[in-house]
Design a protein around this ligand. Sequence first.
Ligand SMILES: *Cc1c(COP(=O)(O)O)cnc(C)c1O
Length: 408
Amino acid sequence: MKRRNLIKYLTVAPIAGAAVASGVPFQALAAAPAARVKRDFIKELGLRTFINASGTLTTHSATLMSDEVKEAIMSSSRQFVMINEVQDKVGAKIAEICHAEAAMVTAGCWSALVLGTAGALTGADKTKIAALPDVSKFDKNEVIVQKGHAISYFHALLNTGIIPVEVETVADLEKAISPKTALMFFLNTAKGNGKIMHQEWLAVAKKHNIPTIIDIAAEVPPVENLWKFNEMGFDLVCLSGGKAIRGPQSAGILMGKKNLIAAARLNGPPSGGNIGRGMKVNKEEMFGMYAALDRYVHLDFEKEIKAWDAQTAVIVNTVSKFKGVTTKYETPEGTNHTPHLYVYLDSSVKMTTKELITNLRNGTPAIEPRGVNPDGGLIISMINIQPGEEKEVANRLREELSKVTTLS
Ligand SMILES: *Cc1c(COP(=O)(O)O)cnc(C)c1O
């Protein structure tokens, strides 16, 4: 290409491309080449959006990052810094907030579980770090777990190659502990499915000098859970950043004992040649995670709850006017400890809860409810219903109920 033509090409091509992509007439852009067109990517790609009444489900994109988080991401996106230095500084701030010795930002709670386990297995031993997930030559390669806790999330630990040892009673636990025990895992959301509770679990671990790890991914709120398990004595605590805390969906926190956090970091990025290299967290998300936590511990929870109560009242006032329709408003204990509204249709209503869900999903605006409660109720989780959306939820329910029952 001749130089003159090349210059012409460089000047024109990108602008023409942008004009085509955004559908803006070429002349409009040519007249003001500095102005950038704001694009709505969700709309551009034709994605279905919805009112999220499902809570913080991973499949439903879990949360909307708070403004503080978006600001942290944007403000940290303009300069270069060393990733390990960000992790040091942000980790220290997070540790302070959560009353832990040390902390790191991970690629979600799942990755905190993997890296925490890896760290407990390898310590700072480079040969061991390079060997994972082959732990066959490790002195300590077993992880003890209660049978009721060895569900789905436990798979995170299996990534490291550990050999799981399942127990049910304290007697089982005492018998299972051996020189091969590397770690003891506790899944907080499954505490009701196990026979051994936290204190007892920790007491046995301390007696035998075995490190402990706990998964509390979706168990904030209450905010106190951010420090409760560190203070209780768990050596490693794993948390999701992108659920109720409203950090980046792909961020999480691993916190606990200094030496274990240091070892966990050696098993992940930015170092390579380890099992965690793929669990990358960019600097923006590290700052985003910190901003989310900082916002969260300063939140006025009373105010939050009052706002949810007011939104719920709008829906309740609408649906309870219909014959055969009742409601219950509750905040479940443990996981998803935020307000939920349950709507019940009795047999006089000629629509099942499942059909109602399908209609809400396919209607306009689309609404994604949590699902059907074991007691038959339609579950509406309030946490992700944005201000004003409660009116649309109430409207859609009114439309659907009008088809199958009458006002009482
Ligand atoms: C969501 C969740 C995870 C996974 O956390 P991510 O942050 O999505 O990686 C692990 N354990 C439990 C109990 C969870 O609820």
